[in-house]
Design a protein around this ligand. Structure first.
Ligand code: KIV
Ligand code: ZN
Length: 457
């Protein structure tokens, strides 16, 4: 039986960009949007066009350059915002106007200083206006989870009647518990006329660390769009992490029998690109894409991994695009290995560009022995921006890169299933299948000259 398809709405470039230190310029947003396209995001929220000329331009250039995904622009529930969003989306093949208005009494009283009646009317009017411009309109009642349920139902019903095609239910302040959130989605499905004609969406913040759990609870209750961000960035504690949502569904189809169009092998490159652009590092123990996510340190764990990766790994590193730690880049590595790693990190180069990167890479590798992803990304950035070679500069100053004893990006990691299909995540439970039970791989804790040679071209 076909599994329900979940729309992945990526808000890295909008809500994500609102997190401290994560702002991006137009070129950076465009570059990341192209990566989100490769990743397979269904909807890319490219920005909030009224917020600044830069954001307007970013939405405009993303809308003009990507044809497959839906490109959304955010707007407050007023004519000026909606018009500006629509203007930025003019070049889009699949535009969406995303209108929002707070509905909780706390927001109405203290922030907007309007009555519920005024709120209802404003939401209805803004959606009606957006609909007169664009067929695809999303409405978000901000702070929905702290809104009086009867009033929330009234607003949602009104915006559906006015033409909204997606209704998003934000847990704006990350206050909800999973049971409450799923109950709210069920209640809306039961009480709101016309709700079966629109897509219900989740948008959960992580203030209590429950953004992913709440989003999944929402999906189980009938939501079919999930709003999320790479590395879980977003206002305050962030948004639901895209990679965690996608992999939870992929690793546990018994509990979450849903499909997404996300290409798992692009998760890690997307995460790395975001960290590189914003210079906000990923916490080492971050699920799915953190440096330690596939690292096995304890002797007992390493022993288990050697006997069978199923003992300690519930998915393969390859299934999320984490490069095999055994392919260490060192001074004997060749152009081919370098190009492959660059590609895994989301960068493809013309021959001449690769020559330059390779030239600098060799100088660096000679000095620090093992070139980590972070070094390589820095080097790529230097070449792209025409800077003097990092390796030359740091060779003299000796500061920018760590000493030769630097750890591997995935220290002591052992590939869970050598040769496995990159898109497969192996099952967590031993199924009794002879093939799976007998998986056994050689353990290489560190890089050897032999591997360098094999990977050199
Ligand atoms: O968290 C929130 O309520 C939002 C809305 C604008 C969707 O980001
Ligand atoms: Zn938000």
């Amino acid at each position: 039986m076909d599994r329900p398809r979940i729309t992945i709405f990526d808000t890295t470039l909008r809500d994500g960009e609102q997190s401290p230190g994560c702002s991006m310029n137009v070129q950076e947003k465009l570059r990341l949007a192209q990566q989100l396209d490769r990743l397979g995001a269904d909807v890319i929220e490219a920005g909030f066009p009224i917020a600044s000329d830069g954001d307007f331009e970013a939405v405009q250039s993303i809308a003009a350059s990507l044809r497959r995904p839906i490109i959304a622009g955010l707007a407050r529930a007023c004519t000026g915002d909606v018009d500006r969003a629509w203007q930025a989306l003019q070049g889009a093949a699949r535009p969406r106007i995303h209108v929002f208005l707070a509905t909780s009494d706390i927001h109405l009283r203290y922030k907007l200083r309007i009555t519920r009646e005024k709120c209802l009317e404003q939401a209805r009017e803004a959606v009606r206006h957006a609909k007169s411009l664009c067929a695809d309109v999303e409405f978000s009642p901000e702070d929905a989870t702290r809104t009086d349920v009867a009033f929330l139902c009234q607003v949602v019903e009104a915006v559906i009647a006015a033409g909204a095609t997606t209704v998003n239910i934000p847990d704006t302040v990350g206050y909800s518990m999973p049971e409450e959130y799923s109950y709210l989605i069920r209640t809306l499905r039961e009480r709101v006329a016309g709700i079966d004609k629109v897509t219900i969406s989740t948008h959960c913040h992580n203030d209590l660390g429950l953004a992913v759990a709440n989003s999944l609870a929402g999906v189980q209750a009938g939501a079919r769009q999930v709003e999320c961000a790479i590395n879980g960035i977003g206002e305050r504690a962030g948004n639901a992490s895209l990679e965690e949502i996608v992999m939870a569904m992929r690793v546990r189809p018994d509990r979450y029998p849903y499909e997404t169009a996300i290409a798992g092998e692009h998760l890690y490159p997307s995460s790395q690109m975001l960290a590189e652009i914003t210079r906000v590092p990923v916490q080492p123990n971050k699920a799915i894409i953190g440096r330690n996510a596939f690292a096995h340190e304890a002797g007992i764990h390493q022993d288990g991994m050697l006997k069978n990766p199923l003992t300690y790994e519930i998915m393969t590193p390859q299934s999320v695009g984490v490069p095999d730690s055994r392919l260490v880049l060192g001074k004997h590595s060749g152009r081919h290995a370098l190009a492959l790693r660059c590609e895994q990190l989301g960068h493809q180069f013309e021959r001449r560009e690769l020559d330059e990167i390779y030239r600098r890479f060799v100088v660096l590798a000679d000095r620090i022995k093992k070139v980590q992803d972070s070094h390589l990304l820095e080097l790529i950035q230097d070449v792209a921006s025409g800077n003097v070679s990092s390796s030359d500069v740091t060779g003299r100053q000796g500061k920018k890169f760590p000493p030769a004893a630097a750890t591997l990006p995935f220290p002591r990691a052992v590939s869970a299933a050598a040769g496995a299909n990159a898109n497969d995540s192996h099952p967590a439970q031993i199924s009794g299948s002879a093939g799976q039970a007998s998986v056994s791989i050689p353990f290489t804790d560190h890089h050897s000259e032999q591997e360098d040679y094999l990977w050199g071209v």
